[in-house]
Design a protein around this ligand. Structure first.
Ligand code: MIC
Ligand code: SF4
Length: 643
């Protein structure tokens, strides 16, 4: 039987398990990446593992999220990460060099390799034919130490592209169409593999826009073949030797096939507050807008920026609109300057931001009250922009730029002509902002780690007790995101390496009193609905609840990375066996799990007793043996250290 691209990469990297759908498999990881908002924790955990040098082919630490330095905290974190990187063999991409996924694609990504990153948009690397997966910081730390990364053998979905995008319709519209079809839950447990004649019409950066936002489907990853276009891109990046050809076998078997004809797509928008709430731009045309933001790891390539510059050339941003633009990397920024396109952006009145995540993670540019913001980003969760009642629409760079001039949401097709912007023959290569680490040796062993006062040890769990008795501290609805659990933004992000301090903000987006209530009760249990923990990979959404004494989360279904983060930290993620039993538990109820330790060990059914209502509720735990052992030990670090 023929293999898909995903299966081919898995096959050459599998350390344990069977390639049978639903089985746990262990993968050898070739490359890792971290960013600064999750990196400090990942490196503190790496240090705790006592390994003296990374064992991967390439590990890179990026500084791109916490770049607003309104106090010492973020700058201290950057110093800490730089010193760890230097000592342990990790390449360091300095602040100003760009967004991790964009830079990784340009300078390090290699077809056929595995990459895990402590950021949910790591699958951007699938645009260049890598099997790239978002993971928790602890998983990345383990992979840096040479350990396997475990996933459930995914189902592979074939997204077969035909035709060719019309002018003003872009890669962003392709992934918005996929989100319309599959929704934010549609990718769970799956890898989206793009095939078909239409693939050849898309450049690597366009492919990367699509694989990037595959994260919003809840997918394990998304991947494109490695072909002539990949070769051209790598050659233009001066890395022709990294090219290998990679395509599915002619008789590869897919779980299902979704056909999309690129020629028939129209400009689309994801409406508030979910990336799958899709309408055509035409339907929304004429809507007043207050702000436009262009950039983020989804849409900040040179190609995207050149299209925007072409549209803005000789125009002025509408007086009702505030436009900001953040190029994705120093390479993109400098090339825009060299060809004069930056002048067009500046002249139009756009506010040029540094090459970083910026507004995407609420680091500045929060919209006005009830403001309508068009963003080329990938997430429009409520409050993520920093303004709770803002209305964020996700659109393509073309739609964003044309609308910024008109002051209302506009179908970009009305603009007129747009020349086809090709990948340049040679990108400008200057890696002067990437620091090579010390080679392993006496110097690296004695190198000092710089730890500022904001860097506090991470919370540690203890081995599981025989019985858990606790209160329901919070009951939530469906689709709770990690932005709800652990909000980001300029005020909270500087506390990413200080768990006691950041936990004061845990769940405050949903319920201001949560941290206090949890502390007063000495911890407790959370009840959730469907797709609990979707969105970001932030481990803080498990570490802060751990700090507040949360023992278990019971819900209807979990998002993949968050479930893993809970297990890694010894918080038990359980499912209602019958989803209607969700109704039998209320906030404030007293619950007990008798013999939980024995039951987890033996795999016997876990029954929850609701003391308050006297109900008995059967639960399910979907765990591999390795995961059971982690939960019994109180988390992955305890298990690794044999505690
Ligand atoms: C995000 O887009 O939400 C982030 C910030 O990049 C996160 C990581 C984080 O919370 O630090 C992600 O997507 O994993
Ligand atoms: Fe940064 Fe936004 Fe991309 Fe997350 S989604 S990595 S915050 S640009």
């Amino acid at each position: 039987m023929g293999l898909t691209i995903t299966e081919k990469i898995i096959k050459t990297h599998m350390i344990s398990g069977q390639m049978t759908k639903g089985e746990e498999i262990g993968l050898k990881i070739d490359q890792t990446l971290t960013q600064d908002a999750t990196g400090t924790m990942a490196y503190l955990q790496f240090e705790a593992m006592g390994v003296n040098h990374v064992k991967t082919e390439r590990s890179v630490a990026y500084i791109d999220h916490n770049t607003l330095q309104s106090g010492f905290e973020n700058a201290d974190d950057h110093r800490y990460i730089q010193s760890v990187a230097n000592k342990y063999g990790i390449w360091f991409s300095r602040p100003g060099n760009g967004i991790c996924h964009q830079v990784h694609l340009e300078r390090f990504g290699k077809p056929g390799k595995t990459l895990i990153g402590s950021d949910s948009h790591t699958p951007t690397g699938g645009g260049i034919g890598m099997l790239a997966i978002g993971a928790g910081g602890l998983d990345v730390a383990v992979a840096m130490g040479g350990g396997a990364y475990y996933i459930t053998m995914p189902e592979v979905v074939n997204i077969k592209l035909s035709g060719k995008l019309s002018p003003f319709v872009s890669a962003k519209d392709v992934i918005l169409e996929v989100l319309r079809i599959l929704t934010v839950k549609g990718g769970v447990g799956k890898v989206m593999e793009y095939t078909g004649e239409g693939v050849k019409t898309l450049s690597v950066p366009e492919r990367a826009t699509i694989t990037n936002m595959g994260a919003e489907l809840g997918a394990t990853s998304s991947i494109f073949p490695s072909d002539e276009k990949t070769k051209q891109f790598l050659e233009a990046q001066g890395r022709g030797e990294d090219y290998i050809e990679l395509s599915p076998d002619a008789d590869a078997v897919y779980e299902k096939t979704i056909e999309i004809n690129l020629s028939t797509l129209e400009p689309l928008a994801a409406c508030p507050h979910s990336p799958d709430n899709i309408k055509t731009v035409e339907e929304l045309t004429g809507m007043n807008i207050d702000q436009v933001c262009i950039g983020s790891c989804t849409n900040s390539s040179l190609q995207d920026m050149l299209k925007v510059a072409y549209i803005l050339k000789g125009k002025t941003v509408h007086e009702a609109v505030d436009l900001s633009i953040a190029p994705g990397s120093k390479q993109v920024y400098q090339m825009l300057a060299d060809c004069g396109a930056l002048t067009d952006l500046i002249a139009s009145g756009a506010r040029i931001l540094e090459c970083a995540c910026g507004p995407c993670i609420g680091m500045g540019q929060s919209p006005c009250s009830e403001g309508v913001s068009l963003r080329t980003f990938n997430r429009n969760f409520e409050g993520r922009s920093g303004t709770k009642n803002a209305q964020v629409y996700l659109v393509s760079p073309e739609t964003a730029a044309v609308s910024a001039i008109n002051g209302v949401l506009t179908n970009p097709k009305s603009f007129g002509e747009l020349p086809k912007i090709k990948t340049p023959e040679n990108f400008l290569i200057n890696d002067n902002m990437i620091i090579k680490p010390l080679p392993v040796g006496a110097e690296s062993v004695s190198a000092q780690i710089i730890r500022g006062p904001n860097i506090k040890p991470f919370p540690k769990n203890s081995p599981l007790s025989d019985e858990i008795q606790a209160k329901v501290i919070l009951k939530t609805g469906d689709n709770i995101t990690t932005d709800h659990i652990m909000p980001a933004g300029a005020k909270i992000l500087p506390l990413r390496s200080n768990i006691p301090a950041i936990s004061e903000f845990c769940f405050t987006a949903v319920d201001e009193a949560f941290p206090q209530r949890a502390k007063e009760a000495g911890g407790g249990i959370i009840i959730g609905g469907v797709n609990y923990g979707q969105g970001s990979s932030r481990e803080h959404a498990a570490l802060a609840p751990l700090e507040l004494g949360i023992k278990a989360v019971i819900c209807k279904s979990f998002a993949r990375i968050h479930k893993q983060n809970l297990i890694n930290n010894g918080i038990i993620p359980l499912l209602f066996k019958n989803t209607e039993d969700y109704e039998k538990v209320s906030q404030g109820d007293d619950l007990v799990f008798e013999n939980i330790k024995e039951k987890l060990k033996s795999g016997e059914e876990i029954v929850l007793k609701n003391i308050t209502s006297d109900a008995e509720i059967p639960l399910e735990g979907e765990f591999s043996e390795r995961e059971r052992n982690m939960l019994l030990a109180g988390g992955l670090l305890n298990l690794t250290k044999g505690e």
